[in-house]
Design a protein around this ligand. Sequence first.
Ligand SMILES: Nc1ncnc2c1ncn2[C@@H]1O[C@H](COP(=O)(O)OP(=O)(O)OP(=O)(O)O)[C@@H](O)[C@H]1O
Ligand SMILES: [Mg+2]
Length: 342
Amino acid sequence: MSIDQTTLPIVDVNHLTTTFATPRGPLTAVNDVSLTIQRGRSLGVVGESGSGKTVLSRSIIGLLPTFNVSQTGTAMVNGHQVIGVSNKQLREMWGSEVAMVFQDPMTALTPTKRVGEQIAESLRINLKMSRKDAKARAVELLRQVGIPSPERRAKAYPNQLSGGMRQRVMIAIAIACGPKFLVADEPTTGLDVTVQAQVLDLIGELRRESDLTLILVTHDLGVVATRTDDVAVMYAGRIVEQAPTKELFANVAMPYTKGLLDSTPRIDAPSHTRLTSIDGRPPDLVNPPKGCAFAPRCTMATEKCHEERPPLVASTLSANHLFACWYPLGGHAPATTPSEQQ
Ligand SMILES: Nc1ncnc2c1ncn2[C@@H]1O[C@H](COP(=O)(O)OP(=O)(O)OP(=O)(O)O)[C@@H](O)[C@H]1O
Ligand SMILES: [Mg+2]
């Protein structure tokens, strides 16, 4: 397929639910998620640990473990259905146009191959580069992702590199063939601030040069604020707030999102400023609460919040600002009643 030849949204997900069979019962990690991403746009996916960011992004590109998963709904990437298609078929379908930076670098690298070779191999197969050119380009990519002495490091095996280095190798592999759609799951966790900025700048350059469509998964709202066009906020497997990035930061609707924002360190804050995190724990996804999943931790929750789950609705203030809350902040109100949404 060629991603250039379409005016369809690159990502079109409808009512996607991903459930794992676990010894305790079915665990719904992604719950009735719908979203679209137009070509060249970038979507930040944020949320606390365990909120479903990785499972959602893996569901969208079809890379989930297959043995204990069931899925309903649809996920189209560039007009192709992803749900129920084998990993092998997807790889063939996408070639080098779709790439993912995985959260855990070790699972994506081959332990028995030198890292330079792993990058070069993909360049030879996908871009038909000669052995010599691919080798030189692999070193150049390692340099671009901030690896010192890249000629030497290209000859290393993954286990000879630090976690941060491996992460950068993964990013080099993901961007090597100039993907058109990139899913980057916490691509900079564990990297120091300077390298983090370098890597994000590199992804930003790719976006400008090649109209790359990007999903950037992170728990860091600071990164999202400057690097993405739109944001989806996840809690307990659902999107609970979604808006263009500027709009979201200008006027947050969900108390949960505000909690995430308040726990993001600010660059301009004095160094002794304490980091707050949201009190309480995320719900058990095997036995989720009946009403709003955030209600048990929300200082504004009423009985209604504990009883009835608020649907995701558009705001009267902005049609593309969605939220799922009975008592939104910032003067937001639902533009439609829940029954009209069905
Ligand atoms: N293969 C699996 N089998 C069973 N449960 C799983 C599996 N993979 C993920 N989960 C569960 O799905 C939920 C969502 O996990 P996910 O990894 O998507 O969270 P996340 O938002 O990416 O968190 P983090 O910020 O820590 O990476 C969690 O409760 C997790 O335990
Ligand atoms: Mg994750």
